[in-house]
Ligand binder design. Structure first.
Ligand SMILES: NC(=O)C1=CN([C@@H]2O[C@H](COP(=O)(O)OP(=O)(O)OC[C@H]3O[C@@H](n4cnc5c(N)ncnc54)[C@H](OP(=O)(O)O)[C@@H]3O)[C@@H](O)[C@H]2O)[C@@H](O)CC1
Ligand SMILES: Nc1ncnc2c1ncn2[C@@H]1O[C@H](COP(=O)(O)OP(=O)(O)O)[C@@H](O)[C@H]1O
Ligand SMILES: [K+]
Length: 496
């Protein structure tokens, strides 16, 4: 699924009106109906609802939803902010159709006390926001946020720019955002997490041919995409068909990282796995993961040498390796000896940041999986998440790396400038070791001969999906990295 800019959404809107038997007001009716139907499934008519509208088309949506709710027995109070002159045509049409009285919120008047309501519908601004909300708009937003009443935002939380940073601006803190047709970039940015709440995309039937014909550098990773990328196994396959991966991991006190990466790789379909670890991890790894072969470094506590990488179909390096001076040699030699894309994670990335000359040795199309802290060490500071996204795309372009920037909606950037945002995963995964599991999953898929771009997308999606299944079976707070490994087979089952 593509992510469109506000401008592209407007074009899709106009194109649909020109080419299909639907008018502008008809499209608004469709959009409002989609919101209404979603609400009927979630809220019964006992909730008293405040609908706060601007005077553009987002406000028009709010008015149409108010009408539908009223006709179905919901108690709605409609507020319009600052209707000094007439609003947009479709807003005015829906104001005339409104079967209940409405109240004005004006600069000189009082702001209603929202605490009396069970739900607030936010229809002040959508994609047409042209500047920061100020004056009575900002005050209304503040009162809505302060009320601690649930807020449902139509299309976007009011005050949020769809395609640029809104840092420092007054924005509605929605509990849920129902956005039309396609997600907007702002919904994917961590800095907006407090404003968007959970969000969902509602189909309003904009022209699919037009949407397909439009280029966007941004897309979501969906189950449908992953399904196309993961090949099926065939009856006469043997373990040689599924690759031989080598994972270089672990140091004293962090052998667990190697165990997690190994288990994850084996649970992701790899044919053969060799782990290269420091000597004192040998008994731990052999007993915790008997399916893996183990080669040990000469050093007891940390890595200082390098295994023979000849014959490996993929190499992953980084989980738990630490930053000992000797381990720089391990990384450097691994980079020099690998003639194909690798997976680099954790301290391998920190060492790259500390020894920038090593960056030139990283093979093209390698997959780097930094969390935001590791990413900062690689590229420096950013002022907001849109700038962070620019830095991620530049790094991918300049170095020809696939960068997997981890977090909620992990973003995967390719050397051609494309960025894919993940749709699986949950805050339960913000716990030690989940990143090591991801390295195991991606190295395993890469070792099986799948292209690096596809391995990164499939790995990120399935890892998050396994985390979601683990949450379903338990809880977010109780989730540990081992649970993600445990649910990998169930996650893969969806694609067999
Ligand atoms: N496209 C689709 O698929 C469909 C779109 N639909 C809906 O239309 C929405 C987009 O509608 P839209 O273009 O009328 O813009 P909207 O968000 O209502 O805001 C514009 C108004 O706000 C004003 N304004 C802006 N910033 C301001 C500020 N800081 N402070 C004060 N005023 C400010 C601006 O005034 P101006 O900037 O001209 O002064 C103008 O009056 C979209 O989000 C969706 O909900 C659906 O109905 C059907 C399908
Ligand atoms: N709030 C969240 N929502 C979705 N996924 C998350 C969230 N927090 C963390 N994750 C995922 O969990 C993993 C954590 O990785 P990382 O921070 O490297 O952990 P570690 O270094 O301890 O192994 C990443 O894949 C990340 O995308
Ligand atoms: K809104």
């Amino acid at each position: 699924m593509k992510v469109f800019t506000a401008e592209q959404i407007r074009e899709a809107d106009a194109h649909t009106i020109r080419n299909e038997p639907v008018t502008s007001i008809g499209l608004m009716e469709r959009a409002a109906r989609a919101i209404f139907q979603w609400m009927v499934n979630c809220y019964d008519p006992s909730k008293r609802i405040a609908v706060v509208c601007g005077t553009g088309n987002n406000g028009g949506d709010g008015l149409a939803v108010s009408r539908m709710l009223h006709e179905h027995g919901y108690r709605v109070d409609v507020y319009v902010i600052n209707r000094k002159t007439t609003g947009s045509d479709d807003f005015e049409t829906n104001l005339n159709r409104l079967p209940v009285p409405w109240k004005q919120i004006s600069e000189s008047g009082e702001i209603p006390s929202f605490e009396q309501y069970g739900l607030i519908i936010d229809a002040i601004f959508g994609t047409g926001l042209s500047r920061a909300a100020e004056g009575i708009y900002a005050e209304s937003i503040r009162a809505m946020n302060d009320s601690s009443v649930e807020i449902l935002a139509i299309d976007l939380p009011s005050g949020l720019f769809p395609d640029a940073s809104s840092a420092g601006m007054k924005v509605v803190h929605a509990t849920v955002t129902l956005t039309f047709q396609l997600p907007k970039l702002a919904l994917l940015m961590p800095e907006n997490g407090r404003c968007t709440g959970e969000w969902e995309v509602l189909d309003i039937g904009l022209d699919q041919d037009f949407i397909s014909s439009q280029h966007s550098p941004f897309s979501l990773i969906t189950a449908g995409l992953v399904d196309q990328l993961i090949p099926a196994r065939s009856k006469f396959d043997h373990k040689g068909n599924y690759g031989h991966g080598i994972i270089i991991a672990g140091s004293h006190g962090k052998i667990g990282a190697a165990v997690l990466a190994a288990r994850a790789a084996l649970r992701s379909g790899i044919g053969l796995l060799t782990m290269y670890i420091p000597r004192d991890g040998y008994p731990i790894l052999q007993s915790a993961v008997p399916e893996a072969m183990v080669i040990t470094d000469e050093n007891e506590h940390y890595l200082s040498g390098i295994p023979d990488l000849e014959g490996a179909s993929a190499v992953g390096i980084g989980p738990g390796i630490g930053r000992q001076a000797e381990t720089v040699y391990t990384l450097e030699e691994a980079l020099r000896n690998s003639n194909k894309p690798m997976v680099l994670d954790a301290d391998a990335l920190n060492l790259l940041a500390e020894h920038p000359h090593l960056k030139d040795l990283v093979p093209e199309n390698s997959i780097l999986t930094p969390h935001p802290g590791e990413f900062r060490r690689l590229v420096g500071e950013w002022n907001n998440d849109f700038e962070r996204l620019d830095k991620q795309r530049s790094l991918s372009r300049e170095r020809k790396w696939i960068v997997v920037l981890k977090g909620s909606h992990t973003s995967v950037s390719f050397p051609d400038g494309q960025v894919f945002f993940n749709t699986t995963g949950n805050p339960g995964m913000a716990t030690a070791g989940c990143g090591d599991v991801l390295t195991g999953v991606i190295t395993s898929i890469l070792a099986q001969g799948i292209k690096p771009t596809a391995a990164a997308l499939c790995g990120v999606y399935i890892h998050g999906y396994a985390g979601d299944l683990a949450r379903e079976a338990g809880s977010e707070a109780g989730l540990i990295a081992g649970d993600v490994v445990r649910y990998l087979p169930h996650a893969f089952a969806a694609f067999e």
